[in-house]
Write a protein that binds this ligand. Sequence first.
Ligand SMILES: NC(=O)c1ccc[n+]([C@@H]2O[C@H](COP(=O)([O-])OP(=O)(O)OC[C@H]3O[C@@H](n4cnc5c(N)ncnc54)[C@H](O)[C@@H]3O)[C@@H](O)[C@H]2O)c1
Length: 332
Amino acid sequence: MGFSDSGINFCNRSISDDVWVRYLFFPGKNIMKNNFNKICNLFYNQFIAINGGLKLKMCSNRQLKVCVAGLGEVGLPTALYIKRKGFEVWGYDISNIAVQRAKKNGIKARNNLCEVPFADIYIICVSTGLKNKKPDMSPIYDVCNKIAEIGKPKLISIESTVVPGTCKKVYEIFEEKVHLVHVPHRYWSRDPIHYGVRQMRIIGGINNESLEMGLQFYEDELEIPLHVVSSIEIAELCKIAENAYRYVQIAFAEELKMICDELKLDFNEVRKACNTKWNIEILEARDGIKGHCLPKDIRYLVSLTNFNNLLRGAIIADQIFQEQLRKKKSNP
Ligand SMILES: NC(=O)c1ccc[n+]([C@@H]2O[C@H](COP(=O)([O-])OP(=O)(O)OC[C@H]3O[C@@H](n4cnc5c(N)ncnc54)[C@H](O)[C@@H]3O)[C@@H](O)[C@H]2O)c1
């Protein structure tokens, strides 16, 4: 069977009763990469990219054991969601408080990884932060070293926010003998119904087989919509770029508010008037950029290269804005 007008050959073969796989092969390997990605994205919930072709498959994996490492703001809802989907789920966290909270919510959890039965899939949701103003990925390496000591699982998914290059190092911890994907979280705790575990996310694999397995787990089993990117490093960069972009947008509003205050002009009026233009959307200037993720992730982006002037400027703008707010509060 073939699609004569597109030049794509199609074959269908049964692998087993519960696993069936269909391959779409391109006749040559010289297909333009961006066309290939376009096709992958178009059919992202039906086909996955593998070995220069497209593969369509279904497979039920719910008998697999899943361990979520890091049971905090993101990890616990993730574990609960995967459990609701019918998997046997275990949790691991170094914090006793996190373990107790998970248990209260119905997740079997331990603070010693050796007490958790070896799992087929490990989802890494541990905290990542800054140490001496530099990205600190040590919790990721710590938990991955511990997993590697007990075995090589079928799949590891890093959901924590990481700097580009982190997943490659994790791959090396497993001597490049594991399937590895990065599916960074976009969790927003204020509205987990719309922006929780099951929202559109980016996925990148360390290789095609990993991507295949990741898509099978996240899309087919967890029904999480995914946007596939061509490498794990792109997935890593996208996450911190998203948050840095948001940071810069807020910092712009804050700086414009300070300009307006100095000129004794009404910021809200300026903002609303500007926003009547079709491509402008100036945000509100509220109480400074709070929370954990935006301030951390813009600093991750700053740390990567010297192309960071705008980013550093945004950080300074927010610092000055918050300082002015504090002064106004103490001396109204
Ligand atoms: N919270 C959010 O809204 C959000 C959104 C998107 C991305 N993220 C990212 O997800 C990751 C987790 O964020 P969070 O908000 O859930 O953090 P959190 O602090 O709420 O939870 C992290 C958990 O990891 C545990 N942990 C830390 N080091 C560990 C280790 N070495 N071994 C085992 N457990 C360890 C901590 O005890 C904690 O319970 C971070 O990378 C964060 O940037 C968070």
